[in-house]
Ligand binder design. Sequence first.
Ligand code: F6R
Length: 242
Amino acid sequence: AEIVVVENKRAAGDLIAESIRALIESKPDAVLGLATGSTPLPVYASLARSFSERPLDVSKVRGFALDEYVGLPAGHPESYRMVIARDVIEPLGLSPANVHVPSGDVATLSTAGAEYERALVAAGGVDVQILGIGRTGHLGFNEPSSSFASLTRVKTLARKSRADNARFFDSPDAVPVHCITQGLGTILRARHLVLLAFGEGKAAALAAAVEGPISASQPGTAIQLHPHVTVVVDEAAASKMV
Ligand code: F6R
């Protein structure tokens, strides 16, 4: 992987936003792989600034989210469908019909994974996949023991991940237990992976992902199997790398 250590989140956001802008300029119907959580927010904020300063036709840009919680009521503000609408579709001015989020609706769960995979294939695959990493080492919600060949499917969140995401909910118990997530195999099909990490809390998971032995107990190490990976981190997140 190419490792880029930047001064702060804003610099990381600007760097990645610039390359995404260039991608869209050369491919107006580019397919963006969208992460949620706190980490990618500087990228979306920088893209929004860039588009408002120098308008660009993004009407054909497509997007695919990594994951979704299972069983939240439709329209729940912390469902990733709503988060993607709020943090990505609206500020960037994307067409809602072009942006996909796996369905966490319990009624259709048995077919939702395969359906998402079909939509990804029909779109021609993801051009650039933005990734954060969890303290468990998860990419998407692929917790330790996820197969490197896995495709979109239902998973159980690790206790540590539920605790980390409790900040978005009224109480720790309100965090869903299950999720639907692109598999590591799905993520590895994207043509370019951009992994971001900020802060000391991510340092151990990041060092393991980039430098550790490839292992299903460290899902982040899947990036070592991909030929085109860019890792953008601040000093604190980089602090445990050799
Ligand atoms: C989000 C996702 C997760 C997060 C990870 C880090 O779609 O799939 O892998 O990227 O949990 O979360 P933050 O960025 O909130 O620290």
